[in-house]
Design a protein. Structure first.
Length: 101
């Protein structure tokens, strides 16, 4: 069982069920918007769309409950060209498929 859950604020129950359906089964018609965002037809408002950011790489699954452990560090360069490693910008602890880094 995943330790992640979806929470909603200020949306109708129909929209909430629709978004849950997307994350549980991914069978709804969608348009890709970049690499990790999708647009779904709005269930309450014809002609409008819902945009879900962090919806999985190219609309694919997200590895909930699994975190990346790459040990990659983000190199940062100052004005004089000196390099340091910024561990905070590394992708560790990101969810596979769900995060951009």
């Amino acid at each position: 069982m995943s330790r992640f859950e979806l929470s909603f604020r200020h949306v109708s129950p129909v929209v909430e069920d629709y978004v849950r359906e997307w994350f549980e089964h991914r069978r709804l018609p969608r348009k890709l918007d970049g690499e990790r965002s999708v647009r779904l037809a709005h269930p309450d408002l014809p002609g409008r769309e819902l945009k879900i950011k962090g919806a999985g790489l190219l609309g694919g699954p997200i590895g909930f409950g699994k975190e990346l452990r790459s040990n990659l560090k983000m190199p940062v360069f100052d004005f004089d060209g000196r390099m340091m490693e910024d561990v905070a910008f590394g992708p560790d602890n990101a969810l596979p498929g769900g995060m951009s880094f």
